[in-house]
Write a protein that binds this ligand. Sequence first.
Ligand SMILES: [Zn+2]
Length: 217
Amino acid sequence: MRPSPLTTALLAPFLVRRLPAAASGSVLLTFDDGPVRGVTEGVLDRLAEHSARALFFVVGRQVEAAADLARTVVESGHAVGNHSHTHVMARLPVPGAYFSDVRLCSAAVERATGQAPRFFRAPGGRIHPASLAVSRRFGMAHVLWSLDSLDWQCNDPGAAADLGRRLAVEARGGDIVLLHDFSPVVHPLLDQLLPGLTARGFDLSGGLTALDREGPQ
Ligand SMILES: [Zn+2]
């Protein structure tokens, strides 16, 4: 599923939804809501097999529960982004409380990995004044996506594999793909998606480098 062109145009100055033009031959995979033991490790193995570098939007309290896993993500060449501490889903949160929550996530990531996050993604992709302001306040680029896998709707491995095959066909150069590493169904999905994207000639590591070079909006 892709975001509507109108919202994309209106919010373009504030949000990154696609990779910079220099990375038009790349596809960047992003994984939200981890790290989760028993899931994230399998994601890392599969990414390594395909020399892919991904962006993990972690939840701070998950990082506190699995700090070693967050560190492994970074040591494996991926980036860790801030997805808030408690996955705040309020439609119009109190800005002060929202800022504190996001700050807690950055602190947890820095403690675990030694690096403060440079990227932010609002939980649920919820855009409101607080989520638009917080990334600027903390010097992070606010990164959403251009292709939503809807992987959270899959709860069996066969459906996830079908979805992986479909996404590999649907992906376009420059896409930022939204996935999750909270359920093991992401493994059969990646077993189809990664070879499919590789076969189409996409660069699965350059997108992160290009995004990093751009810096905050
Ligand atoms: Zn999320």
